[in-house]
Each structure stands twice: as structure tokens, then as C-alpha cells.
Design a protein around this ligand. Structure first.
Ligand code: SAH
Length: 401
């Protein structure tokens, strides 16, 4: 087996079970590992530290999958790790239509593997050389453990490109999911309440078809929307709007740049028998909020759930300006006493920085804003303590005066 020796002073993160070895931390490479191959990680003194998967083109040259010297990274290991991840979600799987992330990459000890369950179907993403090289074993394990009706693979071009992997999508096993699959989002154990049915396009939609990470936040924000005129910015398929309407919102304005997403949003409102007047606007949130401001429009609740603005450290400053801009606009559109539910899914923008950005927007808007709730990703996207990077979604609910 190939080995890498870490530079002096670079062993500490690995000793503390952080799973990434950057190219700059490697002193020597012994052997000539192929992409996806199993490689041992040795400290500068030659002591065995960890074992993981090689990736020759990524800045993250190796991703650790075990810290036990006697643990081979074979199919038995893969099966045990996937089974553990599935077991950890058992309390969230309330019925046959539940949509739930079953495997969340490094946070579940399976770097590069995403498995989303949508009722009887699985959608997988293989985002590292290590997982791409094991696609057959991953699929066989999922079939054996979960007997899905079908397994569909989605790519994530941005991540796969960094790994030197081509985009790779398609049906891998069994039946193809229907064009519009009906799912029910998870709720927190004990939270109860009837869950809406939502349609998702697993093959053509964004990510794996649905933003599972907002499942709990939609219910939480929705609960504040009784009697409210709600603006759902970056609405996608209307997840937040459906919860807002169910809670008694009096009017909805959904904005998204994707026409197909808005068509599904309309279908989702109809599917749940929600007759709330809904205005669906296909366009750019930045531009439309400016128009609303010029026209003097006001709202009681504004939700801002934009896509990732920062894809690299170099983009953080620009991303911060983008977040500040939309939050400033939203603050100016809120009636006194209204609520701003604002999110960032940029892992590179910390919760602390995000709060500072919203603070800056409130200063510029000359509005008092109070944080009444803080949000994070749903519990099927757990945060591994030794891997803080697995926490990427943050949100604030602010009462604005
Ligand atoms: N709130 C949604 C998820 C939003 S994902 C939910 O609960 O499911 C981000 C959305 O922003 C995507 O649907 C994307 O199409 C849209 N989008 C990206 N840039 C945009 C822009 N400048 N203006 C409007 N929509 C945009």
C-alpha cells in the first residue's frame, strides 16, 4: 500500500480526526498511488496515523476514512459505515414517502458520498476519486441494505471538477424515478404536525432534486407566517411558501430565476390545497427587490435563501457584499415588527461573519433588528465535531422595527 509522510508540524489536524490532508502538508509520497487508491498517512516520525483515499488533482490530496490501523477500507468497511449512517437517521424516517439524507460525506465518515433517500428511490453523488472508484461497491451495498426501487446518480460539476472527475449522471439500478416524485420532508422527533407533500424532479432539479437541508427551518419559519404577507426570495420549488401558506399567510410572493422551479412551486401549493393568493415572479431577486423598493411595496415576512455565493476563499468578500445587498433591500421592504428569515449556505462564510453582515445591513437600513431564532442545517445533515467544515448552513430570524 502506498504511504504519505506528513511534514513536521502538519500532523495535528489528522491526530484530531480532521479528515483532510492538503497537498502542502505532504513531505513525501511512497509508492505511486492511483486516483482513488487506499493510502496510509504517517506522521513526520513515521508513526501510522490514518488511512484514506488518494486524489491526485485535488488540493485535498487525501481524505481519511479510518483512524484505526487494523481497519482495511474494503467492502465490509463500506457496508458498516453506510449502515451506521442509516441507523443514525432511523428516528427521522417516519413513512414510505420521507425524503432524508442518509449519508452526508465526511460527516458520516464517507468522504465524497452523498445518499439521499426519496421514498423508495435513492439519489447518490460520488464526489471524490475514492468514491467514484468504488461506485460498484457503493451501489451494491445500497441495494443490499435498503432494497431501493431505483438508484439514480447526480453529479455536482463544481466539486467533481476539482477532483478531476467528469460529470456523470444517470440511472444506476432499478427503475427511474418519476418526473415529479412526491416526498414528505422530515420533522424533528416529537415535533409532530402533518407534513406537506412536495413534488421534486430528482433527475432534472437542482442538487439531488430538493433542498433537504432546510426541512426543519421551513416549518419553523412557516410557524411565524399567520396573517402575514410573505416574500419568498430564492423560492426554488416553494418549500418555504408551502409551510407559510399552511400556517395562514394571507399572500405569497415567490421569486426565483428558474422557471421550471417556479412551475413546481405552483404545483406544490396546489397539491396541498393552498388557495393563498400567490404571485410567482421569474427573475433576479436583487433586481426585483429594488423594483419593489422603488414602488413602495411592503411585507410582513421576508425569506432570503440564496444559493452559495462564496465558492472559494477569494470570493468571500464579494459574497459578503452580495449578502449585505439583499439583506439591506429586504430590511427596507419590511413593515415595522416584521420578520426577516435570512440564510447563507456558503461554508466559507461563518455564522459569525454572516451575523456581522446582517448587522451591517441593519445599520445601513437604519432599522433595529433583533435575533429571535438561529437556524442550522436539518439533523440528517449532522455536523461532525472533528470536521467543522460540515456545518455550512446558517440562518437568522430577525424581528425588524
Ligand atoms: N428556498 C428554496 C431553496 C433555494 S436554492 C427551498 O426552500 O427549497 C436557491 C435558489 O435561488 C435556486 O432555486 C436558484 O434557481 C435561485 N437563484 C439563484 N440566483 C438567483 C437570483 N439572482 N435571483 C433569483 N433566484 C436565484
Amino acid at each position: 500500500m502506498a504511504q504519505i509522510v506528513l511534514k513536521s508540524g502538519r500532523e495535528r489536524p489528522i491526530q484530531q480526526r480532521h479528515p483532510w490532508v492538503f497537498s502542502g502538508a505532504i513531505e513525501t509520497i511512497r509508492g505511486n498511488p492511483a486516483d482513488g487508491a487506499v493510502v496510509d498517512v504517517l506522521g513526520p516520525d513515521g508513526a501510522w496515523l490514518a488511512r484514506g483515499f488518494w486524489s491526485s488533482q485535488s488540493q485535498i490530496r487525501l481524505r481519511v476514512a479510518t483512524w484505526e490501523a487494523t481497519q482495511p477500507l474494503d467492502e465490509h468497511w463500506l457496508r458498516q459505515a453506510i449502515a451506521r449512517a442509516v441507523r443514525g437517521r432511523a428516528s427521522l424516517m417516519s413513512d414510505d414517502e420521507t425524503a432524508c439524507r442518509l449519508v452526508f460525506s465526511e460527516a458520516d465518515g464517507l468522504p465524497g458520498l452523498i445518499v439521499d433517500r426519496y421514498g423508495p428511490y435513492l439519489v447518490i453523488q460520488l464526489l471524490t476519486q475514492g468514491m467514484a472508484a468504488r461506485d460498484g461497491a457503493v451501489i451494491a451495498t445500497l441495494v443490499a441494505l435498503l432494497q431501493p426501487r431505483g438508484i439514480y446518480e447526480r453529479g455536482d460539476p463544481e466539486i467533481r471538477e476539482k477532483e478531476g472527475l467528469p460529470v456523470h449522471e444517470g440511472q444506476r439500478r432499478g427503475e427511474a424515478p418519476p418526473e415529479h416524485l412526491t416526498l414528505r420532508p422530515i420533522t424533528l422527533p416529537g415535533m409532530g404536525g402533518e407534513r406537506p407533500a412536495l413534488l421534486a424532479d430528482l433527475r432534472g432539479g437542482q442538487k439531488t432534486g430538493f433542498y433537504l437541508d432546510q426541512a426543519i427551518n421551513r416549518a419553523r419559519v412557516g410557524a411565524y407566517c399567520q396573517g402575514a404577507e410573505v416574500l419568498d426570495g430564492f423560492a426554488y420549488t416553494g418549500g418555504f411558501s408551502v409551510y407559510a401558506a399552511r400556517a395562514g399567510a394571507t399572500a405569497l410572493t415567490l421569486i426565483d430565476s428558474s422557471g421550471p422551479a417556479l412551475a413546481l412551486a405552483r404545483a406544490n401549493l396546489d397539491l396541498n390545497g393552498l388557495a393563498t393568493p400567490a404571485e410567482l415572479i421569474e427573475g433576479d431577486v436583487f433586481r426585483i427587490l429594488r423594483q419593489f423598493r422603488a414602488a413602495g411595496r411592503r411585507f410582513d415576512v421576508i425569506i432570503l435563501d440564496p444559493p452559495k455565493f462564496a465558492h472559494s476563499q477569494a470570493q468571500v468578500e464579494r459574497a459578503a457584499r452580495g449578502y449585505k445587498d439583499i439583506n439591506l433591500l429586504a430590511l427596507q421592504l419590511l413593515r415595522p415588527g416584521g420578520l426577516l428569515a435570512t440564510f447563507s449556505c456558503s461554508g466559507l462564510v461563518s455564522a459569525d461573519l454572516f451575523q456581522k453582515i446582517v448587522f451591517g445591513a441593519a445599520l445601513d437600513a437604519r432599522r433595529d433588528a433583533q435575533i429571535v431564532e438561529r437556524f442550522t442545517q436539518a439533523p440528517d445533515h449532522p455536523v461532525l465535531l472533528s470536521f467543522p467544515e460540515s456545518e455550512y448552513l446558517k440562518g437568522l430570524l430577525c424581528r425588524v422595527w
